[in-house]
Design a protein around this ligand. Structure first.
Ligand code: ATP
Ligand code: MG
Length: 567
């Protein structure tokens, strides 16, 4: 498969971001013959999240826009934490987002031989040495940003001795942690990453792709830039925390003497009311705070997908937030806005009642059923109409009735009229109550047959319009009302003595019974709807024929900002 180039051919209406400026400048100067080649380099140690989505949109977006190419490369240099399950999920997620790496799927482990050869080059040039100190000693002698480190006693080994020891490290002669290969740079550098960083370590562990072929593994810093170079990546785009690694990135490429990509850093996406580190997400999964990586409350791409997010809404979100040079926090309500906007255009409207109270239309014939015509999507005339049965006994939301309403309550109340969406105007005549609890059990109403669409009174002004469902036609379903997983904007910044898990929102999932109009009976997993007046909902993969399960994607309005404004 070749890159779908059409997506990027038109330039965006907005001004260029700083990465596009750099790229256009490089094209103008004829650098790399105007060739643009990016990559997305995930480590397969967890599922991708919305932050990765931003990086995917950025890298693949640039590749497409500048008629270049984008590789998918798994940075699989740590055999201990990496699993095939993650590799598979990452490929699925990138495809789902709408991007394609064509025949450019790579693994850093494909380059283990070449990387080894690069290490040998460094040793031969006197730029790397085998150090016998243990990891703790190495970090203890590294110094601090204001105090220089101490040179390793093994730093001045001869090239021959280093070569011999490195060969034997590879041959498996030494146990884990006995020795490492270090770059010989500068133990006094103000940049800690330059203080003779470790390049290779001994790890007798099976790798998910290379099996037991290796017992030494390159460190991230040694694998990453060299892999970029091997793939002739022109612009190696990464997040800000790698800015301090850039001198090492450039040093290694220069000292080995290979093709030099350009590393550019941008601010990672931080999203309010969530955590994004894979370690923390894994903790939530392992400790069962969520049902899995694809729990609809997770910021993972698989979680967002199950929650009912569309690839378009996520790509649009990535475009709106743009790329910045400084760390910032994006309000999750912007992501919610993007999915609302997308689903508003394409989700079919249906009616469903989640907290029902019975309504009896006293003047409606007992066994009669009238089919009402309802508009599927007012935003999309092509979506057409559907039929919704009306009968003597209905459900409406309990919140839509008040016995003793305040002035501004425009819904149903004794003696008042409301319109039932796509049906008739009804008037409340009386209520029945449970004598013990006082709870309203039945609302008696009368309907005006002349108010049906197309009838003379259909345009009569009434202040409220309610959604409803015919009780005996209702499809009873499980409805999962998801909310934000955390109840504070920044769970990553806990108070003293607390952890991010202390801020989990106890109300992030409520399961209720939904009474839904019969048109949704045959809905399939992934189908999305607007439940009129309630929000957007998606059919969950837990559904079975005759037992539908819906997830709430988002309510129709941003209830969180309203709650905050009321404080
Ligand atoms: P985490 O910190 O969540 O574990 P990571 O950076 O270790 O993520 P990688 O698999 O190494 O995860 O990331 C792959 C790519 O995605 C990298 O280029 C990284 O810079 C980018 N990336 C990761 N998190 C974000 C984020 N929050 N915003 C933007 N890009 C991100
Ligand atoms: Mg990483």
């Amino acid at each position: 498969m070749e890159e779908k180039k059409s997506k990027g051919e038109e330039k965006p209406a907005r001004s260029l971001n700083f990465i596009e400026e750099i790229i256009e400048e490089d094209i103008r100067k004829g650098k790399n013959d105007g060739r643009i080649h990016t990559r997305f380099p995930p480590e397969p140690n967890g599922y991708l999240h919305i932050g990765h989505a931003k990086s995917i949109c950025l890298n693949f977006g640039l590749g497409a826009r500048y008629h270049g190419m984008t590789n998918l490369r798994f940075d699989d240099t740590n055999p201990v934490k990496e699993e095939v399950e993650y590799v598979d999920s990452i490929m699925e997620d990138v495809h789902w987002l709408g991007f394609d790496w064509g025949n450019r799927l790579f693994y850093a482990s494909d380059y283990f031989d070449q990387l080894y050869d690069f290490a040998v080059i460094l040793i031969r040039r006197g730029k790397a040495y085998v150090c016998d100190m243990h990891a703790e000693e190495i970090s203890a002698t590294r110094g601090t940003p204001t105090r220089p480190g101490i040179e390793s006693p093994y730093r001045n080994r001869t090239m021959e001795e280093n070569l011999d020891l490195f060969t034997r490290m590879r041959a498996g002669e030494f146990p884990d942690g006995a020795r490492v290969l270090r770059a010989k740079i500068d133990m006094a550098s103000p940049n800690m990453h330059i203080r003779d960083p470790i390049l290779y370590r001994i790890l007798h562990a099976s790798h998910h792709r290379t099996g037991d072929a290796w017992c030494i593994y390159p460190m991230y810093d040694f694998a990453h830039g060299q892999s970029d170079s091997i793939e002739r990546i022109t612009h190696s785009i990464c997040t800000l925390e790698f800015e301090v690694h850039r001198p090492l990135y450039d040093w290694l490429i220069r000292e080995i003497g290979i093709y030099a990509p350009r590393q550019i850093e941008f601010a990672r996406l931080n999203l309010s009311y969530t955590v994004m580190s894979k370690r923390k997400l894994l903790e939530l999964v392992k400790e069962k705070h969520v049902s899995g990586w694809d729990d609809p409350r997770m910021p993972t791409i698989s979680g967002l997908r199950r929650r009912g997010y569309t690839p378009e809404s996520i790509r649009n979100f990535a475009e709106i937030i743009g790329v910045a040079k400084r760390d910032n926090m994006i309000d999750v309500s912007l992501l919610e806005f993007c999915i609302r906007e997308d689903l508003n255009k394409r989700a079919i409207r249906v009616m469903g009642v989640l907290n029902p109270v019975r309504v009896i239309i006293d003047n409606f014939p007992d066994d009669q059923v009238e089919e009402m015509e309802a508009v599927n999507n007012p935003e999309d005339p092509a979506a057409g109409t559907r039929r919704v049965p009306f009968s003597k006994e209905l459900y409406i939301e309990r919140e839509d009735f008040m016995e003793d309403p305040p002035n501004k309550f425009f819904r149903l109340a004794p003696g008042r009229e409301v319109r039932l969406r796509s049906a008739f105007i009804i008037t409340c005549e009386s209520v029945e109550k449970n004598p013990e609890t006082g709870e309203i059990t039945v609302i008696h109403c009368t309907y005006d047959p002349m108010t049906r669409s197309g009838m003379p009174e259909s345009n009569r002004k009434v202040k409220g319009t309610l959604h409803w469902v015919s009780a005996r036609h209702a499809v009873v379903s499980e409805v999962r009302l998801y909310d934000r997983l955390f109840c504070v904007p920044n769970p990553d910044d806990p108070e003293e003595g607390k952890t991010f898990k202390d801020y989990l929102n106890p109300d992030s999932l409520k399961v209720v019974k939904g009474f839904l109009e019969p048109s949704i009976r045959d809905a399939k997993a992934g189908n999305k709807f607007q439940f009129e007046r309630l929000g957007y909902f998606v059919v969950d993969i837990d559904s079975h024929p005759g037992a539908l399960v819906f997830n709430r994607v988002v309510p129709l309005r941003d209830s969180w900002s309203r709650a905050e404004n009321q404080k």
